[in-house]
Design a protein around this ligand. Structure first.
Ligand code: DAH
Length: 357
């Protein structure tokens, strides 16, 4: 028995892995293992011999079993240690070596404006940037001879020689989306349409491609008061102030009657713009009650329905809110500018959390 003990205990202690350990278990205490065979010999012994050999063999068997269990646990611990060493991860490393890419101020402001109007019950509509002459002009009560056509510095699409159909245009404003949306959804309707527009113009505050956001609300009892409230709500939320006074200044647009220029109360202190207080007014866009002819062009009965519309410049809103002095670099794709003025991609504008948090 001492031979068996001194044979198996060191072998178990040195077993390299679980397979080797299992072999040893079979050899020693398996059905035909050496110790099991010895136990069978007990039957051939005299009672006196058995009284000594029985407990001793049982003790040896227990000893081998617990040595096997201890070694098994030790091997499992060692395997786990090895895995932990192998799969080691430095959690102090940044997830990415550097932040790649930012959200362009135009996208940011579009998202901010959309979040605000969504909160007021407006949905977002879109339309094509290459637009028919009818949607861009006629349907908006700007007939062929109208001076507004000249004022808009329109880009006309190429026409084949002999093709006398009216040329398509790069849309000069987002207003044609009003018509498309009315045709598609009818009344009542509440939409905003952000998007690119095009005019042949280029200086510090004009680029041939720029961005507008159009608003339209049509129902049976819509008035200028609703328009003014919406614009005041919008201005305060957008500039993240408690209140901004909005002023209507009489104006003229072919697609609205009456028409009003939208001004926000502001002041200029040492060349710095301060919104919401002061004696100055900042032009923010155009608006008015939708002209009956425009409702009719959209397939809506002007005897039953009326509505308001407005148009704001997204680029201008971005320049004002984020203090960007020149419009041209917006579209230069200069990485240094984008890094400086861009926004963190995962911070989505959200009215409850803060628009530009
Ligand atoms: N479409 C006009 C422009 O581009 C802006 C505008 C003015 C839109 C008044 C409107 C509005 O919806 O009611 O200059």
């Amino acid at each position: 028995m001492d031979d068996l003990r001194s044979k198996y205990l060191p072998l178990i202690a040195e077993a390299a892995d679980e397979a080797a350990l299992e072999d040893l278990r079979v050899q020693a205490v398996g059905k035909k293992g050496e110790i099991s065979l010895k136990m069978r010999e007990l039957g051939k012994m005299t009672p006196e011999e058995r009284q000594v050999a029985g407990p001793a063999l049982n003790a040896l068997k227990d000893e081998v079993h617990s040595a096997l269990a201890a070694k098994k646990a030790a091997l499992a611990d060692a395997a786990l240690d090895a895995r932990l060493r192998e799969e080691w991860l430095d959690v102090t490393l940044p997830a990415r070596p550097s932040r790649q890419g930012t959200v362009h101020p135009i996208s940011q402001v579009t998202d901010e404006v959309s979040a605000i109007f969504a909160n007021l019950g407006f949905s977002v509509a879109e339309g094509p940037q290459i637009e028919s002459d009818w949607y861009n002009f006629d349907a908006l009560n700007i007939p062929g001879h109208h001076p507004a056509r000249g004022e808009m510095d329109t880009f006309y699409m190429h026409r084949d020689e002999g093709d006398n159909r009216p040329p398509h245009v790069l849309r000069t404003h987002t207003s044609p989306v009003q018509i498309r949306s009315m045709q598609e959804h009818g009344a009542p309707i509440r939409i905003i349409c952000p998007g690119r527009v095009y005019r042949s113009d280029y200086d510090q505050t004009h680029t041939p491609m720029f961005h507008q956001i159009e608003g339209l609300a049509v129902d049976k009892d819509i008035s200028m008061a609703n328009l003014k409230w919406c614009l005041e709500e919008f201005a305060a939320a957008f500039f993240e102030l408690d209140h901004i006074e909005v002023r209507f200044r009489a104006s003229h647009f072919p697609f609205t009657e009456p028409s009003a220029e939208i001004d926000f109360r502001c002041s200029w202190v040492d060349g710095q713009l301060k919104l919401g207080e002061g004696d100055d007014w900042l032009e923010a866009g155009g608006s008015g009650m939708v002209h009956p002819k425009v409702l009719a062009a959209g397939g809506i009965d002007p005897e039953v329905y009326q509505g308001f519309a407005f148009g704001l410049g997204i680029d201008r809103l971005a320049m004002l809110k984020y203090g960007i002095p020149d419009l041209r670099p917006f579209f230069d794709s200069d990485l240094r500018w984008l890094k400086h003025y861009g926004f963190v991609p995962l911070d989505r504008p959200d009215l409850t959390r803060g628009l530009s948090a």
